[in-house]
Design a protein around this ligand. Structure first.
Ligand code: IPM
Ligand code: MG
Length: 367
């Protein structure tokens, strides 16, 4: 029996999470495994009602689950009460990622059949790569501060912090991922390739460390993996012009955050972009979430695209629940459904959120 904590969150989070849960239940019945879902009401609404963001007790409780499924967290309602930026992010989302040491942000970038991409003349064969984002270090550690606040001499510092340990474990995961999921292994390319994305020309300390460990590990332990390097600004050009070059990209926390939004739009938008916050260590608890937000303008309208949440749930089956066949079946079902949609944006699908979930369930059951 796998125990899953579900945090639907705010805005459209509960709507997409309900479809993801529905799909996991269908896959569980099809593939004969047991899952038990326990809901946690965390998020902006809960915070406004109770003052709790994420208590240490709740965090401890979440450690006892096999996995966590998250919708989206934020204020979530147009015209609803404003929560100052940073509170929910730091005290819920980042507290979960850091507290559970989910040091890998795994973000596949895959264009499904008939999904519109803004990239001219690019199709599913061109947009098929993965970004491994270091998820618990860098600029996100919150190390920094002000001096002489509110004076003309005010100084603010926010530090990009990386230890060799953090860099090495992230790179090791990325090399392993390239070995098991790279284009050669999947039979769609000549090599399994890992590309480091950095800024060695300016961030000469932090990315020097990344680059040295990258080549050290590559030479000593992963000679079978082809190594490449891109500066982060240049990679943005290639993500638009030549995404077919990429296989697995690995980068630090902040760059990973930024380039995966660009990547998401090339795969049909936030409605199509799933992701995982992984703690790949023995006994680690990972959390899966669509990379988009609460979409306040579409809340409660049953028109948000649930596919990103459903693909995130498929990642959970693959990486946390050891149900790779169920995961592949869900992906294949999504593959069958995307050609039927008019679009992938909210209110553009030609179907409701629940109908899209139902269609995917039907394909799973008939597979
Ligand atoms: C993401 C989001 C978060 C991040 C925010 C909401 C803190 O943008 O998951 O990419 O920056 O990591
Ligand atoms: Mg982001």
């Amino acid at each position: 029996m796998s125990k899953i904590a579900v945090i639907p969150g705010d805005g459209t989070g509960p709507e997409v999470t309900a479809e993801a849960v529905k799909v996991v239940k269908a896959a569980a019945s099809k593939f004969h495994f047991d899952v038990e879902f326990t809901q946690y009401p965390l998020g902006g609404t809960h915070y406004l009602e109770t003052g709790e963001t994420l208590s240490d007790e709740t965090l401890e409780e979440l450690r006892t689950y096999d996995s966590i499924l998250l919708g989206a967290i934020g204020s979530g309602k147009v015209g609803g009460p404003e929560i100052p930026p940073g509170i929910l992010e730091r005290e819920i989302l980042l507290k979960l990622r850091f507290g559970l040491d989910q040091y890998i942000g795994l973000r596949p970038v895959k264009l499904f059949p008939n999904v519109h991409t803004p990239l001219k003349d690019k199709g599913p064969a061109d947009i098929d790569y993965t970004v491994v984002r270091e998820n618990t270090g860098g600029l996100y550690t919150g190390i920094g501060g002000f001096t002489m606040k509110d004076t003309a001499a005010e100084t603010a510092v926010q530090s990009m912090v990386y230890t060799r340990h953090q860099v090495e474990r992230c790179l090791r995961f990325a090399f392993e991922y390239a070995r098991t999921n790279g284009k050669k292994t999947r039979g769609v390319g000549e090599h399994n390739t890992l590309a480091l994305v950095g800024k060695t020309n300016v961030l000469t300390f932090v990315f020097d460390l990344w680059e040295r460990v990258f080549h050290e590990l590559g030479e000593n332990e992963y000679p079978d993996i082809k190594r490449e390097y891109y500066h982060v600004d240049a990679v943005c050009i290639y993500m638009v012009e030549s995404p077919q070059w990429f296989d697995v990209l690995v980068t630090g926390n902040m760059f990973g955050d930024i380039i995966t939004d660009l990547a998401a739009v090339t795969q049909g938008g936030m409605g199509m972009a799933g992701g995982g916050n992984l703690n790949p260590d023995q006994g680690g608890v990972s959390m899966y979430e669509p990379i988009g937000g609460t979409a306040p303008a579409f809340t409660g309208k049953n028109c948000i695209n649930p596919i990103a949440a459903i693909l995130s749930a498929a990642m959970m089956l693959q990486h946390s629940l050891e149900q790779p066949d169920a995961a592949i079946t869900i992906e294949n079902a999504v593959q069958e459904v995307t050609p039927k949609l008019k679009g992938t944006g909210a209110d553009k699908m030609g179907y409701t959120t629940t109908e899209v979930g139902d269609m995917i369930v039907e394909h799973i059951m008939n597979s």
